[in-house]
Design a binder for this molecule. Structure first.
Ligand code: KG4
Ligand code: ZN
Length: 400
């Protein structure tokens, strides 16, 4: 089956087309199109994502991204069964669905009737968690397409998408093949909005065993980056700066014992807390500035120690969870797993403790729609995905 997936939960507008076959324990996938339109440049001046701007950009990006994706997947034909000319009643329905997205509405009504109906089996769309104004744009677009193309519509949980993005893992990302997944599995989600440890006793079963009590890991990266005067999003910037600390002269290092905290590392449970770590960076930076010792080298050392603190906490808790629940397989998902040092630390952890580790490809680490299509596909193969005509955005949607 072919799924067209739409993801607009934060500041990336994403559309993918994926073919899915096989069975739940042996799924087979082929990505026909994978497009992400990043809004980083729009939000950068504000130091973070501005929901109203994200909504506006999604509204403008979706139709062009759809055309690009259908073209890449060779599903856009010059001739072929055209989407019927919209009757006045259908136009009215579409206008109602898209009434809150004026940019999208005008593009939709101008362009979609000219397309042939693509040979797809259904549409998948992220319904949460995320920024609700942003989520609604994707949901309403998906609803309008499902209406005019007469296709089933599948609402998908973004977090489940991050976990299942490893289904399409290639050799570069992970040494292991999907058939090496042995339950129970411990999954770790590390994104801009979430830090969660999850126990799965079977496919599509999730029990949250620990989560952050304050900031998410990605959020901590972004806030610490801002304190250090770096651009948004902070994760890649901190990673780059931390790398430069490796080349610093010993004199600089000796002068600056940093010793940032490793919050809750020995708490004995699976919860996290990162806001204290961020505050520690803030005070340290302020003190160094007062003493006029804050320079590029010190900045790199702080970035490196912050990243190291995060890595130590994440790897320690993940290992503890595997030991407690006798899990042999670890799955990691979410934007922060794009971090090379974290990937390497997890790799070493898995080797040392004889665990099977699955990391997503880099292109599937940060937000994308392929993971949403993969999730819809796996749920359909398992007979666990319902067609829904009424979908509501849920900014706080939980894994269930
Ligand atoms: O999963 P994602 O794309 O969006 C959410 O669902 O939140 O994650 C975005 C987060 C941002 O906080 C960003 O700073 C972080 O992932 N991130 C990184 C790296 N690349 C992205 N954090 C650390 N190192 C990176 N290389
Ligand atoms: Zn995400």
């Amino acid at each position: 089956m072919k799924i067209l997936a739409i993801e607009t939960s934060c500041d990336d507008t994403a559309i993918s087309l994926v073919t899915i076959n096989g069975s739940v324990s042996k799924p087979r996938f082929k990505i026909l199109a994978h497009n992400v339109s990043s809004q980083i440049k729009i939000h950068q001046p504000w130091g973070g994502v501005v929901p109203s701007l994200a909504k506006r950009e999604h509204s403008r990006n979706l139709v062009p991204l759809l055309i690009k994706s259908l073209t890449e997947a060779k599903l856009l034909k010059k001739k072929g069964k055209r989407t019927r000319d919209f009757s006045p009643a259908l136009r009215l329905k579409i206008k109602k669905i898209l009434e809150r997205e004026p940019d999208l509405e005008s593009q939709f009504l101008a362009i979609i009737p000219q397309l042939n109906i693509p040979k797809i089996d259904g549409l998948a769309v992220t319904r949460g968690p995320g920024l609700e104004p942003a989520l609604w744009v994707g949901i309403n677009f998906a609803k309008a397409l499902a209406q005019v193309w007469n296709k089933p519509l599948y609402p998908i949980n973004h977090l489940e998408g991050h976990i299942l993005s490893i289904l399409n893992t290639t050799k570069q990302a992970t040494k292991n093949k999907i058939d090496k997944i042995e339950f129970p599995v411990i999954s770790l989600i590390v994104s801009g909005g979430h830090t969660e440890l999850i126990l799965s006793k079977n496919w599509l079963k999730y029990k949250i065993i620990g989560q952050t009590r304050d900031d998410a890991v990605g959020e901590a990266f972004d806030k610490v980056a801002r304190i250090l005067g770096l651009n948004y999003p902070g994760g890649p910037e901190i990673a780059k700066l931390a790398l430069s600390a490796k080349n610093l002269k010993p004199e600089t290092l000796n002068l600056t014992p940093i010793n940032l905290p490793r919050p809750m590392i020995h708490s004995g449970n699976f919860d996290f807390s990162f806001s204290g770590l961020k505050t520690a960076v803030l005070y340290l930076t302020q003190n160094l500035q007062t003493e006029q010792k804050f320079n590029q080298d010190i900045k790199a050392i702080i970035a490196d120690d912050f990243q190291q603190a995060v890595i130590e906490v994440l790897t320690t808790k993940t290992l503890l969870a595997c030991q407690k629940f006798k899990a042999k397989t670890i799955i990691i998902g979410g934007g922060v797993i794009a971090n090379a040092a974290l990937r390497q630390a997890l790799d070493e952890l898995a080797d040392r403790h004889n665990l099977t580790l699955f990391l997503p490809d880099l292109s599937l680490s940060t937000d994308n729609a392929t993971m949403i299509a993969l999730t819809a596909g796996l749920r359909l193969l398992a007979g666990r995905q319902k067609n829904a005509r009424i979908i509501k955005a849920d900014g706080n949607l939980k894994l269930a």
